[in-house]
Design a protein around this ligand. Structure first.
Ligand SMILES: Nc1ncnc2c1ncn2[C@@H]1O[C@H](COP(=O)(O)OP(=O)(O)OP(=O)(O)O)[C@@H](O)[C@H]1O
Length: 303
């Protein structure tokens, strides 16, 4: 079943079309990336799905229907602009927010304690939010969005301000939620995280849908047919000049990217390589989501 569906959604602010005829769906149990440059319309799209603003046209369905009060309790939202009661203690903050979403008190307390432990915040449970560092505040914000165990979790830039250890902890929690069958919508500018985490993505640019599909499929589609080769010994690199059918060679992350001539296939190159040297890795070189993002935005703005 779809967790979310957008069908022909448009939205303008004072004559400016901010969302232009957008259709997409998010499947239950996937991590769905919402990507796009600054001002592309990502936050507006999230506000539309949460019914904070209304579309000019089109239809939005959440869990197959409209966004009722009961459906709202099944959603968790980490907004772009953070805001918690600064004077409230950590544990009390989480329990209070869970209670607002109708979680029974005892359950809210148990859940809040477990979550604080999972992100290394338990020892700070008696501190006020304002006494925490920026990264810790970010983590408590994240926990605030998930304390009521929502089925659909919407995260706007969940990694901002986090160090690598905390980033990994939050990333692991996101994966854990996906493994439990929950749906996650992740809006981020961190392409490396998006590439690792997301099953599918929607990329907006100036309110238009410019990419939509699985991360693997989009990377494959944008691949230039080149190959990534890693040799056991660096000195073997010189053999590349002996092999026919290679158009271009580029260095890339400790390996070489080989662009074959149109008429040469990958198997022929592989055979030539293994005859001459020990090969550790040989695979299709796929562009990163970051490269595709930049290429797509630049090609659209160049039109
Ligand atoms: N309430 C509003 N009134 C007028 N214009 C608005 C309003 N909200 C958003 N916009 C405009 O809509 C466009 C999209 O903004 P939005 O915040 O959705 O982008 P975004 O993709 O989330 O950007 P960022 O990555 O910078 O957060 C921008 O041009 C913005 O100025």
């Amino acid at each position: 079943m779809h967790a979310l569906e957008f069908e022909g959604i448009s939205k303008s602010f004072a004559e400016k079309n901010v969302i232009r005829d957008i259709s997409f769906s998010v499947e239950q149990g996937e991590i769905f990336g919402l990507l796009g440059p600054n001002g592309a319309g990502k936050t507006t799209l999230i506000r539309l799905l949460l019914d904070i603003i209304k579309p000019d046209s089109g239809e939005i369905r959440i869990f197959g229907g409209s966004l009722s009060a009961a459906a709202k309790d099944r959603i968790g939202y980490l907004p772009e602009e953070r805001g918690l009661y600064r004077k409230t203690k950590l544990l009390d903050t989480l329990v209070y927010l869970a209670r607002l979403k109708n979680v029974p008190l005892k359950e809210a307390q148990t859940k809040a304690e477990a979550l604080l432990k999972s992100l290394d915040l338990y020892e700070h449970r008696g501190k006020k939010v304002e006494e925490l560092s920026k990264g810790m505040q970010q983590k408590i914000q994240f926990l605030s969005a998930v304390v009521h165990e929502p089925e659909l979790i919407i995260l706007d830039e969940p990694f901002s301000g986090l160090d690598p250890v905390s980033t990994k902890a939050v990333k692991d929690k996101i994966l854990e939620y996906r493994n439990e069958g929950k749906t996650v919508i992740l809006s981020t500018h961190m392409m490396e995280q998006a590439q690792k985490l997301c099953d599918r993505i929607l990329m907006l640019n100036k309110g238009e849908r410019v990419l939509y599909g699985t991360v693997a499929g989009i990377r494959k589609e944008h691949g230039k047919n080149s190959l990534l080769v890693e040799f056991a010994e660096k000195r073997s690199l010189s053999i590349l000049h002996e092999i026919p059918g290679i158009r271009k060679i580029t260095w890339r992350e400790g390996a070489v990217e080989i662009l074959p001539e149109e008429s040469t296939n990958a198997q022929a190159i592989l055979q030539e390589l293994v005859r001459r040297a020990e090969i550790l890795r040989f695979e299709q070189a796929l562009p990163s989501l970051n490269e595709i993002f930049i290429e797509t935005v630049e090609s659209v703005s160049g039109e």
